[in-house]
Design a protein around this ligand. Sequence first.
Ligand SMILES: *Cc1c(COP(=O)(O)O)cnc(C)c1O
Length: 228
Amino acid sequence: MQTIAERINSALEGITQAATSVHRPPNSVKLLAVSKTKPVSDIVEAYEAGQRMFAENYVQEGIEKVQELEHLTDIEWHMIGPIQSNKTKVVAEHFHWVQSVDREKIARRLNDQRPDNLPALNVCIQLNIDDEDSKSGVKPNELDDLIQFIESQEKLCLRGIMAIPKANPSEEEQHHTLGKLKELYDHYHKSLTNFDTLSVGMSSDMNAAIKNGSTMVRIGTAIFGKRG
Ligand SMILES: *Cc1c(COP(=O)(O)O)cnc(C)c1O
């Protein structure tokens, strides 16, 4: 059995290898540790191994962990799961990033409810890149409107796009999806000041995502083991 520290090191080595294979600097890809369903003790173990960016999917579970680990002041907390509008306030109060913004109403509420004493909330727009009915996220043709709206919100800082490509794609489908994502990302990255994040790649498709321009991989299973 590998320890969490060993698995983090393997993930970081994997990032370095995938990045260098396409002549990207290893530090151009960040490792986000997805700790959903895992106990706080696992997060502390990862923290002690040097990991600082963590992500949660479920609002209530996430808030409890943020509060329990409040003393670890340099953790950066990311919300990556769907948010109902009655949960935006606690999210705006406790997280540094929200990657799952998929409509104007949620963006407006996060902006209005972000406490004045905190810096702007970093947000990514979740994009339903493969147009799957089962997935949340905006369709590519709705992206531009939501970008314009978020750019107008003072307490939001638009950082980029998050996507969850279709599971088990053929090599051709994967290439197509990741290529489309990169094209959209590059377009806005050129014109918007803080738009520097393409959040794509999980335990099973990390290498392909990095080779296609991902700047942040969200890794759960490969760090913390299977979820029950
Ligand atoms: C659970 C989850 C992950 C991590 O997936 P693994 O396959 O365990 O690495 C990444 N992103 C999102 C949005 C998730 O819900």
